[in-house]
Design a binder for this molecule. Structure first.
Ligand SMILES: C[S@@+](CC[C@H](N)C(=O)[O-])C[C@H]1O[C@@H](n2cnc3c(N)ncnc32)[C@H](O)[C@@H]1O
Length: 257
């Protein structure tokens, strides 16, 4: 494949009021998809996705990664999602794009699968994980709750034993703490793509927006009122990585270093 072939088809525009039961944010999903495609292809010599495939935490309706699978020959993805509506929609998307031989989505908790023998055979995880910070999970879509600071799921992923993580890190979900934990666990930042986004339906919810204002004022991340930055980063424990870009990543997320 020509590494310049990074086109990702945009999902349709978001509904003004996203349907209940599955994640719907076209800009964020497109950024995740584009970044996964670019980072996997650019770092193919470091990340063994061609030999092993990759696992995905939280496939949602699969519009993001189904397009990537279609564009990248040889990419195989084992997806999971905890939401039955998402899994049903994901299977429709995947079938419609004709990639069901290389992309499957199972209903269930990613971490249960990760602990299984099949999970231990894969060393790369991709995820736009649940990252909404809130005092509790009683929010618009409870499956998107990421704990008090929003980074509970990515911290669990870091501790799950995978060598390579391609994850979305939002500026308002305490990314400095996440990256400090990553460094303690031996991960370096290979590279990342960062994009500014407006608060969407999930972060605009008054309870969530208030909480984001409080935690960022306390130094646990950054938001610009009703905007934030999301970086999709490749974190790796490969000893072959020539350069750690953790400082550049923190700066891109508007955090002082
Ligand atoms: C932010 S959405 C991302 C969806 C999709 N990857 C995208 O970017 O369009 C996060 C997804 O993770 C799912 N999820 C939450 N906790 C999970 C878990 N423990 N295991 C698997 N999926 C989970 C949610 O249901 C949701 O669909």
């Amino acid at each position: 494949m020509d590494p310049r072939d990074t086109a990702v088809l945009l999902p349709p525009p978001p509904a003004t009021d996203p349907e209940h039961g599955f994640f719907d944010c076209a800009e964020e999903s497109a950024h995740y998809a584009f970044s996964v495609q670019l980072l996997l292809t650019q770092y193919a010599s470091l990340v063994p996705w061609q030999a092993e495939g990759v696992a995905e935490l939280g496939s949602g309706d699969a519009r993001a990664i189904a397009h990537v699978v279609r564009a990248v020959p040889g990419l195989r993805v084992h997806g999971t999602d905890i939401s039955p509506t998402s899994v049903e929609k994901a299977r429709q998307t995947i079938g419609g794009l004709g990639v069901s031989d290389r992309y499957g989505v199972k209903l269930g908790d990613f971490f249960t699968w990760a602990d299984s023998p099949a999970g231990r055979d894969v060393s790369t995880v991709i995820a736009n994980p649940p990252y909404i910070p809130a005092p509790d999970g009683d929010i618009r879509m409870p499956e998107l709750w990421g704990g008090w600071y929003g980074n509970d799921l990515v911290l669990r992923l870091l501790k799950a034993g995978f060598d390579h993580l391609l994850v979305a890190l939002p500026s308002y979900s305490d990314p400095a703490a996440t990256l400090a934990t990553a460094a303690d666990l031996g991960y370096q930042v290979a590279n990342f793509l960062a994009m500014g986004l407006e608060f969407g339906a999930y972060s605009r919810e008054p309870k969530v927006a208030r909480h984001i204002a409080e935690i960022t004022a306390d130094g646990h991340g950054w938001s610009g009122g009703d905007s934030y930055v999301v970086a999709v980063a490749l974190l790796t424990r490969s000893p072959e990585l020539p350069r750690d870009r953790a400082t550049e990543l923190l700066r891109a997320l508007q955090l002082s270093v």
